[in-house]
Design a protein around this ligand. Sequence first.
Ligand code: VGL
Ligand code: ZN
Length: 201
Amino acid sequence: MKKALIIVDVQNDFCENGALAVPEANSIIPYINLLMEENEYEQIVLTQDWHPQNHKSFASNNSQKVGDTIILNGIPQFMWPDHCVQGTFGAEFHKDLNREKVTHIIQKGKNTEFDSYSGFQDNNHFMKTGLADFLKYHDIQLVEIVGLALDYCVKFTCLDAAKEGFITCLHFNGTKAVNVKPDSGKNAIYEMLENGVTILG
Ligand code: VGL
Ligand code: ZN
């Protein structure tokens, strides 16, 4: 069985001291590096949150407060601090993440009007990123997923991977939740279990 590893958004802004820091984010990096050493993945894909400075998911671009929710193009949009702005240090991958074996990078959240938590498509289901086609082209049947943040980009990437027909496994030790809402990490795990995602670790 051909398998791929998808590493979601291990970028400076989601790590310690970042603009949208996920608690204990840095602690998953050695675990992810070990996975890449100890397993034979056909493909290793990084996703990268890659927003223009005027992205509409930023509270600052909507005269809103961080933590508010607005309706953006017909769907609820949580208001985030400015993060992962294209070309900035915050958008770069964390230096401790071993990228030697990475085969492909998917940048997402590039359109100012649409946020994109999933590595497969934007939140409005308007545009695919090409990740599913890439994995299918390479005959991948199973995907293992790690990264940040469990309750947002990791969750939606896992749910879409399962919907696309991949056997989908989340490494619990390779992810951390941002938990801007109470229990959202725990609820994300339940939602994934209900939708065919296997939780490892
Ligand atoms: C993410 C919030 C906003 C994530 C990205 O990577 O989970 N969360 N943009
Ligand atoms: Zn983002």
